[in-house]
Design a binder for this molecule. Structure first.
Ligand SMILES: [Ca+2]
Length: 268
């Protein structure tokens, strides 16, 4: 038993001394096999859900008529404070949420009044591929940032779109980006949303370096991904979003994003 123990100690000592010897020449593959750091996975906060049903247009018309009636009532008082005393809570709620009640198109998601876009935002948007236009419809990259759910960027690669990407350029000194806001899929109607593929995961790159995985849900609500502030101080900032997973469409393989917008700081 003792002999066995002694042999084991000697063997271990030899192994240890060999292991501690400096390598005569570092292996060429030493750096190539180093594991890439794992990417941060970001889950979304869920925002409002736009009404994309078939009768949404009629609902919008009713809301606009209601808003116009309240607006006219308020006009008959000397000032808004006096008018408020004569309005119901519901009427005040409608009047003070003007953007929801007086927009032209129920698929419009543009932000009225003061927003980060008064001073921030990308100046160029490009995509790795775009689905070929069909009649009056096109699927260009800019459609993912036109504040309308009526339009979408649809990738044009054969297959399910994994690996396709869209890139936003922000000029240097553009206000910092702290959130990415996505309307997933082709949202111009419920039917079109179901027929086309939606994105399950986006791999986000900052200046071509992968930094995060954004996990998208298969829903029509706005999905908000909070990130650490990003800004190109001395050079332009490029944010690239690569499709890393999809939810299959009922009819088409093409993956669509109606809106991929931003929010941030440094404005106002
Ligand atoms: Ca759009």
């Amino acid at each position: 038993m003792r002999n066995t123990y002694s042999v084991a100690v000697v063997v271990l000592a030899i192994i240890f001394s060999q292991a501690c010897k400096p390598a005569a020449k570092p292996a060429k593959t030493a750096f190539a096999v180093a594991e890439a750091p794992s990417l941060k996975v970001v889950e979304p906060e869920i925002g409002s859900t736009p009404d994309i049903s078939n009768d949404a247009k009629k609902k919008l018309e009713r809301r606009r008529a209601l808003y116009a009636r309240i607006d006219s009532m308020i006009g008959s008082y000397p000032d808004y404070e006096t008018a408020r005393q004569h309005l119901s809570e519901r009427q005040i709620e409608i009047y003070e949420n003007e953007e929801d009640y007086s927009k032209e198109d129920h698929l419009d998601v543009s932000i009225w009044g003061c927003s980060w876009y008064c001073g921030g935002g990308p100046d160029e948007i490009t995509a790795s591929s775009v689905l070929v236009p069909n009649k009056q419809l096109d699927y260009k990259a800019e459609n993912a940032h036109d504040f309308s759910l009526r339009t979408a960027w649809v990738e044009g690669h054969s297959g399910n779109g994994i690996g396709q990407h869209i890139t936003y350029r922000f000029l240097k000194q553009s206000p910092p980006v702290t959130a990415i806001e996505v309307y997933n899929g082709y949202m111009k109607s419920e039917r079109v949303w179901r027929e086309n593929a939606r994105v399950k995961q986006l791999k986000m790159y900052v200046n071509d370096k992968p930094v995060a995985l954004l996990n998208l849900k298969d829903i029509t609500s706005k999905q908000i991904f909070k990130i650490d502030a990003l800004q190109g101080k001395d050079k332009d900032l490029y944010l690239k979003f690569e499709i890393a997973g999809v939810y299959k469409g009922d009819k088409y393989d093409d993956a669509a994003i109606s809106e991929l917008e931003f929010s941030g700081t440094g404005v106002h």
